[in-house]
Design a protein around this ligand. Structure first.
Ligand code: ATP
Ligand code: SF4
Ligand code: MG
Length: 305
């Protein structure tokens, strides 16, 4: 099966890019591909992942390891699993520093406390010695973020960093990421099911559907004037359910019809069976990305071939 197909994506310095789409559309696979963390049975058959002009796909694992965590870091979809239950959290944040920055244990402890304070802990020394099970879900997520920004990465990829959190904690974590971007110029790619989060927090948004980016543009423009029929259906649903609260994996706005079977080979546009605006050509071949406006592209025949 093709988990990703024809992805064209640029993440700009210091920007917040939202990657939005329903479950199974390939968001995490995209993050894993960028980070060189795909499972052994996955294959990249074509393409490049350029980091400062160099193709990460050609890097040996040893060199990738020096970039991952230091220049590009990530917050995984399962923060609880990324912390070691039998190690105090301060040492776990310190481990990242130890791997990338030469320092003494005293310097590391000071730096870890600074990082814990930066992610909102008022008593960092107490948190330093705590074990993951002694912290709440929101606190664990903060620790994972402290870990991921320990080396001041230029790019942070956060895979659903707020999905397990309730409303208030969700806005706190989003506020924290925003502050980190402002303070350190970190570019953030945030993967989410929540269109409202993208609309309020991201500078640009990439809409994914069945392994493709179907629309990408400035998020204010995309949500005010969506172009792709999938984005349009999604935005209409969000507007009609504004009072229902944030969208999550379980409550992603429900567009009529089923997502395509990822193992089936489709020759046409993968949204065609659900598309209210389909044309004859849509079932016959796959649309190319077209740019109806300078800052936006759409993968749809309606905007040219
Ligand atoms: N390790 C794997 N082995 C085989 N197929 C996989 C694996 N991981 C993901 N897939 C498949 O790749 C496709 C994309 O999955 P992915 O996890 O990237 O989606 P996602 O958008 O992150 O979904 P979610 O929002 O549920 O996290 C799916 O069809 C999924 O079943
Ligand atoms: S290419 Fe055709 S089927 Fe696909 S989204 Fe556009 S109009 Fe709909
Ligand atoms: Mg995922």
């Amino acid at each position: 099966m093709r988990a990703l197909n024809g992805i064209r994506l640029e993440i700009r310095r210091s920007e917040i890019l939202g990657i939005l789409g329903e479950s199974g559309c390939g968001k995490s696979t995209l993050a894993h591909a960028i980070l060189g963390l795909l499972p052994a049975h996955a294959r990249i058959v074509a393409g490049e992942v350029l980091w400062h002009g160099r193709d990460l796909l050609r890097f040996p694992e040893s060199e990738l390891r020096t970039i991952r965590g230091r220049e590009i870091s990530w917050v995984s979809q399962q923060p609880a699993l990324s912390l070691n239950p039998v190690m105090c959290v301060g040492n776990q944040v310190g481990e990242v520093l130890r791997a990338h920055v030469p320092s003494t244990s005293t310097e590391r402890r000071e730096r870890v406390c600074e990082l814990l304070r930066e992610v909102g802990f008022e008593q960092p020394t107490t948190i330093y010695d705590a074990y993951p099970h002694q912290l709440s879900g929101g606190q664990r997520q903060r620790v994972v973020i402290a870990q991921s920004v320990a080396c001041r990465p230029a790019l942070l990829i956060a895979d659903e960093p707020t999905s397990k959190l309730d409303g208030l904690l969700r806005s706190e974590i989003v506020g924290l990421l925003s502050k980190l971007r402002e303070r350190h110029g970190t570019a953030i790619a945030i993967i989410t099911h929540d269109p409202t989060l993208c609309a309020t927090f991201a500078d640009r948004v990439a809409l994914m559907y069945a392994g493709r980016i179907v629309e990408l543009g400035n998020s204010a423009e995309v949500f005010a004037r969506p172009l792709h029929p999938y984005t349009r259906a999604l935005v209409a649903l969000v507007r009609s359910s504004m009072v229902a609260g944030p969208s999550t994996r379980e409550h992603f706005p429900r567009i009529e019809g089923e997502s395509p079977d990822p193992t089936a080979v489709s020759i046409g546009c993968s949204f065609e069976p659900r598309c209210a605006e389909r044309m004859e050509v849509c079932a016959l071949r796959c649309p190319e990305d077209v740019a109806p406006e300078p800052s936006r592209f759409v993968n749809c025949f309606k905007y040219g071939e």
